[in-house]
Design a binder for this molecule. Structure first.
Ligand SMILES: NC(=O)c1ccc[n+]([C@@H]2O[C@H](COP(=O)([O-])OP(=O)(O)OC[C@H]3O[C@@H](n4cnc5c(N)ncnc54)[C@H](O)[C@@H]3O)[C@@H](O)[C@H]2O)c1
Length: 278
């Protein structure tokens, strides 16, 4: 099991769902974890679970779409723990709406949470990561990062945009030893928007089809344990990565097939970055 001592991590939108699993996985690995969310009830449940794991943690109601609030969160983390090593932007606002019913307000809210939130996190964490000599910023990938789906115009735009952001930013962040990547779940997980209360009511046979977010969370822990100079600007997928770690250990001999559902895309990015003149 990977250990991350003296590591401070921020996970946005982590009151429930994938973010909750990632936050717990980091805590189990020994990291100090700050969790933000808009929903106080989900945050309280996450705080209870982190406490039960024995994780040093801080939970905070904060809107990731608001840059000032993100800056306050980063300041709080640095005041408490002296550093910020990893930011995982998980928060998402994703109502399913067809284009004709999509108001400009709905469109911009989805964009400012899903994509703007990543900018806000990177912007707020950047000076601290630069001054401490590096860090990791990790976005969340999806099938919607590559394909289109009906009623997901804003969501697909967000998820495609997140890939563009890490591709471009990785080139500018190299000089500061800051890595930007994305990781998708790589296996079915509970649907977005489903609350803890709804999850608790879901039939057992349905829940059994969803991967455990805490197990998947080991993929984020693994990536955060890599030197930032090793991988930046890539898309990983948690399920194959976690299976590889289980089979071969965390120091496995690397091949794109072992860490993503899209190895050709991974290789195309490797080729682009290696030929890119600084
Ligand atoms: N569930 C899936 O099938 C799936 C598949 C691929 C990728 N993803 C991605 O995983 C990530 C987590 O999704 P999930 O399925 O766990 O969703 P979820 O709905 O369970 O959790 C999202 C959390 O974000 C919080 N949130 C919403 N707006 C916020 C804001 N402005 N500021 C702070 N927090 C806010 C919500 O309150 C909620 O707790 C997302 O980036 C999503 O795109 C999910």
């Amino acid at each position: 099991m990977l250990q991350l001592r003296d590591t401070a991590v921020l996970v946005t939108g982590a009151g429930r769902g994938l973010g909750w699993g990632i936050a717990r996985a980091f805590g189990i690995a020994g990291a100090k974890v700050c969790v933000t969310d808009l929903d106080e009830e989900e945050l309280a449940r996450c705080a209870r679970d982190l406490a039960a794991d024995g994780t040093t943690h801080h939970t905070r109601r904060s809107d990731v779409a608001d840059l000032t609030e993100c800056a306050t969160v980063v300041k709080t983390i640095v005041n408490r723990w002296g550093r910020l090593d990893v930011v995982v932007h998980c928060a998402i606002y994703m109502p399913l709406i067809g284009f004709e019913a999509l108001t400009p307000e709905e469109w911009w809210r989805q964009i400012t949470v899903g994509l703007g939130g990543l900018f806000n996190c990177a912007h707020a964490a950047w000076p601290q990561m630069k001054s401490q000599g590096g860090g990791h910023v990790i976005g969340i990938a999806s099938g919607s990062s590559l394909r289109g789906y009906k009623d997901e115009v804003a969501y697909c735009t967000v998820k495609h945009g997140v890939e563009g952001f890490v591709k471009a930013m990785s080139l500018e962040a190299r000089a500061h030893n800051i890595a930007l990547n994305t990781i998708g779940p790589g296996a079915p997980i509970k649907p977005t928007r489903m609350t803890w209360a709804e999850y608790d009511q879901a039939p057992t046979n349905l829940r059994a089809r969803w991967a455990d977010p805490v197990e998947l969370g080991q993929a984020w822990v693994w990536l955060a344990a890599q030197p930032p100079g090793r991988f930046s600007g890539y898309r990983f997928d948690a399920a194959p990565l976690v299976q590889t770690i289980a089979r071969e250990g965390p120091a496995f001999s690397f091949a794109p097939e072992k860490v993503t559902l899209y190895p050709d895309d991974f290789r195309a990015r490797q080729e682009w970055y290696s030929g890119y003149a600084d």
